[in-house]
Design a protein around this ligand. Structure first.
Ligand SMILES: Nc1nc2c(ncn2[C@@H]2O[C@H](COP(=O)(O)OP(=O)(O)O)[C@@H](O)[C@H]2O)c(=O)[nH]1
Ligand SMILES: [Mg+2]
Length: 345
């Protein structure tokens, strides 16, 4: 799966002319059939455990030819148990029930189809904007701020993104602005070396704002395509963390008034409903533009994706599917819902 494509405008004129005659490389971000299959497969693998958990019971609901009325409560229970949240679950179940009633549906297979449609509708609720670097007016240098509580998976997700961008030919510079823990900076440096991207870091305890400033300078000099800033994640209830994040925001905007172009919140999929509270706090403080749902491979739940879409209106952009650098996939709503609803073999 390609995560980045060089814009034709970035290329020398001769290359553009060549591009015009070559048909092999689509300029758009629409994934090819092959890439779609790859995402599907990766999603499928990640949610296997999810399906064996709460969602696995969904299959059982549709086993009999006709859908019995007393199964509605069970459907609700499964969704709540899978972390979809009471509010979102109610919206989904009510919508399916209404359509079942209006259409006079009896067959389980049709109920399952309607449920699939409603689950997808919820995931499609957030506005369907292209990612900052995919749009027509993509900035020359995309600045990404990555936020989230400690242990959510920020540093690992940054490594995975950098790996994907670099593999696609982009120049990436990382800023180690989690200066609160020495280990955090070291961890990013290790990833940087492994992937082959530069990491700008200061001493532990240094001002994160200064790291951001230096990272941007280095990126401008290097004409980087991406700047990704790692941040500290001391508990979100600590007011000073939010103040610190806001300050980093201001430092970015001083020289890049349209930045940061994306602010990704990394959520640990296994933290369930608690993740929703975190997301709200970060969204209010720094305006989260997208969610990276990490550790989707490690959870028996996964319903949090629906709650995030419905209650926060923030799109899930990527899913973390393991601990290795290749374990990141674009979030594909259809692949996700279909894997959840698939019957265990
Ligand atoms: N299984 C799995 N583990 C992950 C994933 N993302 C991160 N982790 C692990 O979660 C732990 C915390 O990650 P880290 O990136 O250090 O979190 P940070 O404190 O937010 O920067 C590490 O042990 C990672 O290897 C994922 O998608 N799947
Ligand atoms: Mg970290």
């Amino acid at each position: 799966m390609r995560f980045w494509r060089k814009k034709p405008a970035d290329q020398p004129i001769e290359a553009q002319a060549e591009e015009a005659v070559s048909e092999e490389e689509p300029a758009s971000f629409e994934p090819t059939e092959e890439e779609r299959a790859e995402v599907q497969e990766q999603t499928e693998r990640a949610v296997q455990r999810t399906r064996r958990g709460f969602f696995g019971r969904l299959g059982g609901l549709f086993e009999r030819a006709d859908f019995a009325d007393d199964l509605w409560d069970e459907l609700e229970e499964i969704l709540i148990g899978a972390d979809a949240g009471l509010e979102t679950t109610t919206v989904i179940v009510d919508a399916v029930r209404k359509r079942v009633k209006d259409e006079g549906v009896k067959q389980s297979a049709r109920v399952r189809e309607l449920l699939r449609e409603e689950l997808l509708d919820v995931l499609y609720e957030p506005a369907d904007e292209p990612l900052a670097w995919e749009g027509e007016d993509a900035p020359a240098m995309t600045i990404i701020l990555v936020v989230g509580v400690n242990g959510a998976g920020k540093t690992t997700s940054i490594a995975k993104l950098s790996h994907a961008f670099k593999r696609d030919g982009a120049t990436v510079i990382l800023g180690a602005a989690d200066t609160f823990r020495a280990a955090a900076t070291d961890q990013l440096k290790v990833w940087g070396e492994r992937i082959g991207v530069r990491v700008i870091a200061h001493q532990p305890g240094a001002d994160p704002g200064a790291v951001v400033f230096d990272t941007l300078s280095a990126a401008e000099n290097a004409k980087a395509d991406f700047v990704i800033v790692d941040t500290a994640g001391r508990l979100h209830t600590k007011l000073n963390l939010m103040e610190e994040l806001k300050k980093m925001h201001r430092i970015i905007q001083r020289n890049h008034p349209d930045g940061p172009h994306e602010t990704f919140l990394v959520l640990d999929a296994t933290t369930g409903q608690n993740g929703l509270m975190q997301a709200k706090t970060f969204a209010e403080a720094v305006g989260v533009t997208g969610i990276i749902l990490a550790k989707l491979d490690g959870t028996a739940k996964g319903g949090i994706a629906f709650a995030i879409a419905h209650e926060l209106g923030i799109p899930v952009r990527f899913i973390g599917t393991g601990e290795k650098m290749g374990d990141l996939a674009p979030f594909d709503a259809e692949a996700f819902v279909d894997s959840l609803l698939a019957q265990e073999a």
